[in-house]
Ligand binder design. Structure first.
Ligand code: PMP
Length: 369
């Protein structure tokens, strides 16, 4: 018997606006091939593991003290990485970090959203944007994409001009559909936006479009570029997300962040991982090549993959996507039913994992014919 288990969620005095909602819930199942949460399939190399362990051991000696509340050393390392990756000189005063980009985005909504305010996103997109909006009582305004799931820049700009949201989310490359957004389209949205524009670049390392970081100087009072170490950096378990923006944006986030939100262990581990960025990011090209192989193979089998600039592919069409998802799972391959009719999303894994995924798809096609 579990203490208090006779009380149900519906018995609690929960906020009315949270009643009946579902939590974020990608299934965490123990199956041989897990291609459902867009992680890097390659574990960290032994040198990185050793350096993380040594860094954590060193900070363990001062765990009786709170960590650096402003994570300055880590932000300096992230700024150096961003400068190198984008060619734009980024200072640590342009960078903020938190426990995953989810926390970064939540802080942005705490500061710039909230009751009486709104956030707009182009759906389908990352499901946490509306969930974080709900949690911060920011009204969610869904806006459309083209039928092929790409963003129509001029249409996006006119919707933003009309709805005047306090926060706009543009995910580039977009999750779960895969396409990146051009700087020209981003400029259209930024020019139209009355408030903040968050460009969510969780998958940017996998794409060829330039980063929106290059636009910060043009739009310092509007633009926030969020990033993560969870994908290309192979550090999802470390929980480290960050953003780049004008220093004043970071002053705003300091008003809502919890004191000491980033543990000394996280800061030390992330800095150690960043010292091995080159090796970790070495897997990016291999994953892009595998993505292109998977897209071709899917097409060859009669599926319709959506063009992807990321480390995952949305593909269809299925009569019943959820039933198809189950059949992949029965074959030991966990992919994602993202709730788009007729489609499923697969994360690009190792060549062996991708082969297992393609074989399961082939079996599905053969069974149907
Ligand atoms: N943004 C997008 C578009 C994502 O897909 C994800 C992860 N699924 C995140 C942000 C959050 O990732 P994390 O909190 O691990 O940085």
């Amino acid at each position: 018997d579990v203490l208090g288990a006779d009380v149900a969620l519906t018995d609690l005095p929960l906020r009315d606006d949270l009643r009946g909602r579902s939590p974020y819930g990608a299934p965490q199942l123990d199956v041989p091939v897990r291609l459902n949460t867009n992680e890097n399939p390659y574990p960290p190399p032994p040198e990185l593991v050793a350096e993380v362990a040594e860094s954590v051991r060193a900070v363990a000696e001062s765990l009786h003290r709170y960590p650096d509340r402003d994570a300055v050393a880590l932000r300096e390392d992230l700024a150096a990485y961003l400068s190198g990756a984008t060619g734009v000189t980024v200072s640590h005063r342009n960078v903020w970090a938190a426990n995953g980009s989810n926390e970064v985005l939540q802080q942005v909504l705490q500061a710039f959203g909230g009751p009486g305010r709104s956030a707009l996103g182009f759906e389908p997109s990352y499901s946490m944007h509306p969930i974080l909006s709900a949690g911060t009582r920011t009204e969610w305004l869904p806006a459309p994409r083209r039928a092929d799931f790409s963003l129509d820049g001029p249409q996006a700009a006119s919707i933003v001009a009309e709805r005047r949201p306090d926060v706009v989310f543009v995910t580039s490359p977009n999750n779960p559909t895969g396409q990146a957004v051009s700087l020209q389209d981003l400029r259209s949205v930024l020019d139209a936006a009355p408030g903040i524009v968050v460009v969510d670049e969780a998958y940017v390392e996998f794409c060829d479009e330039p980063s929106a970081v290059g636009l910060i100087d043009e739009y310092p009072a509007k633009l926030i570029v969020s990033r993560t170490m969870s994908k290309a950096f192979a550090f999802a378990g470390g929980r480290l997300g960050y953003l780049a923006a004008a220093p004043a944006m970071i002053d705003a986030l300091l008003l809502v962040r919890l004191p000491y939100h980033l543990s000394a262990l996280t800061q030390a581990a992330a800095r150690a991982a960043l010292r091995h960025a080159k090796a970790t990011l070495g897997s990016v090209q291999a994953l892009v090549d595998e993505r292109n192989r998977v897209v071709e193979a899917l097409r060859g089998m009669g599926f319709s993959p959506v063009r992807s600039d990321a480390n995952f592919v949305l593909f269809g069409r299925f009569e019943d996507a959820h039933a198809a998802w189950r059949r992949y799972l029965d074959a030991g391959v966990l992919i994602r039913d993202v709730g788009i009719a007729g489609h499923l999303r697969v994360t690009i894994g190792t060549p062996e994992e991708n082969d297992a995924f393609l074989a399961a798809g082939k079996a599905l096609v053969d069974a149907a014919s």
